[in-house]
Design a protein around this ligand. Structure first.
Ligand code: AMP
Length: 282
């Protein structure tokens, strides 16, 4: 596996690859890799001839007071995992390399970011959109693979790619989970043992709402109340938001039709976790 830290190095390797007609998939990450990230790599391998990944903890998507400084970093471990997974190139730029000076360009998708995580994390999705646009312009993959776990992020990227005519396919791959349903996340490493046990309530609550839909519930607010009640039964957790939304527009659904995304964020101690489930309404 090649290990490259400069934009010039990526461009040179990318130009070589272009001469061979190799189809390229790309998996951008913030590192501290786990099975969720590796599933994206495997999906990339199904969709393309070669998979490149990046590890970059992007400062512009963290607000002051968030966990940028203490975000888990393990570049050596990540290198090993990616190499074992068959990734052929890892791009791990420094902050100076991607942001030689503060960016003045803002990529804002207000319709998709005003709600859900955008409420609690103002500016977060602008930072995500900016760094993903940079990475896609540097790597120029045929397909980029993102996780459904960060559904709002995936929709922001999908729409940005469409709006800016970026020549890349955006693939969204299902959330990988622990045995008790907890979505795999680099931030799970923050959880103390009892917090880790308590965290499983989030997915359980969302699945409870899916069961209610199967039993005939069609009112968005009733489903949100059901999730909130289940989460409040776990005293170590605090619900930040829950919403039943249209999966594409992220608009709240008073009455369900066709498909619904149930999405929620909870605090478990000092750790903020997000999760969602997408379900057909039939
Ligand atoms: P991160 O390193 O957390 O920024 O995530 C990098 C990519 O991995 C994003 O596209 C995430 O949505 C995706 N991802 C993170 N956790 C999971 C998971 N449990 N299942 C599937 N994809 C994930």
């Amino acid at each position: 596996m090649l290990f490259i830290t400069t934009i010039a190095g990526i461009r040179a390797r990318r130009a070589e690859l272009a001469t061979t007609g190799t189809r390229l998939a790309f998996v951008p990450t913030m590192g501290a890799l786990h099975e969720g990230h590796l599933a994206l790599v495997r999906r990339g391998q199904e969709l393309a001839d070669e998979v490149w990944a990046s590890v970059f903890v992007n400062p512009t998507q963290f607000a002051p007071g968030e966990d940028f400084e203490r975000y888990p970093r393990n570049l050596e471990g990540d290198r090993v995992l990616l190499e074992q997974a068959g990734v052929t190139l890892l791009f791990a730029p420094s902050t100076k390399e991607l942001y030689p000076r503060p960016s003045t360009t803002v990529i804002d998708l207000p319709e998709l970011t005003a709600g859900l995580c955008g409420v609690q994390r103002p500016g977060h999705f602008q930072g995500v959109a900016l760094v993903v646009a940079k990475l896609l312009n540097i790597v120029e993959p045929h397909v980029a693979v993102f996780g459904a776990k960060d559904w709002q992020q995936a929709m922001v990227i999908r729409r940005m790619v469409e709006d800016l005519c970026l020549p890349v396919r955006v693939e969204v791959h299902p959330t990988q989970r622990e045995d008790d349903g907890l979505a795999r996340s680099s931030r799970n490493a923050y959880l103390a043992r009892d917090e880790r046990r308590a965290a499983s309530v989030l997915h359980r609550a969302l699945e409870g709402a899916v069961a209610a839909i199967r039993a005939g519930e069609r009112r968005g607010p009733a489903l949100e109340a059901e999730v909130a009640a289940e989460v409040s039964g776990e005293p170590m957790t605090r619900l930040q938001y829950v919403a039943a939304v249209d999966p594409d527009t992220l608009a709240p659904l008073a009455a369900l039709k066709d498909r619904v995304l149930l999405v929620a964020a909870v605090h478990v101690g000092a750790t903020r976790l997000i999760d969602n489930v997408l379900t057909e309404v039939c």
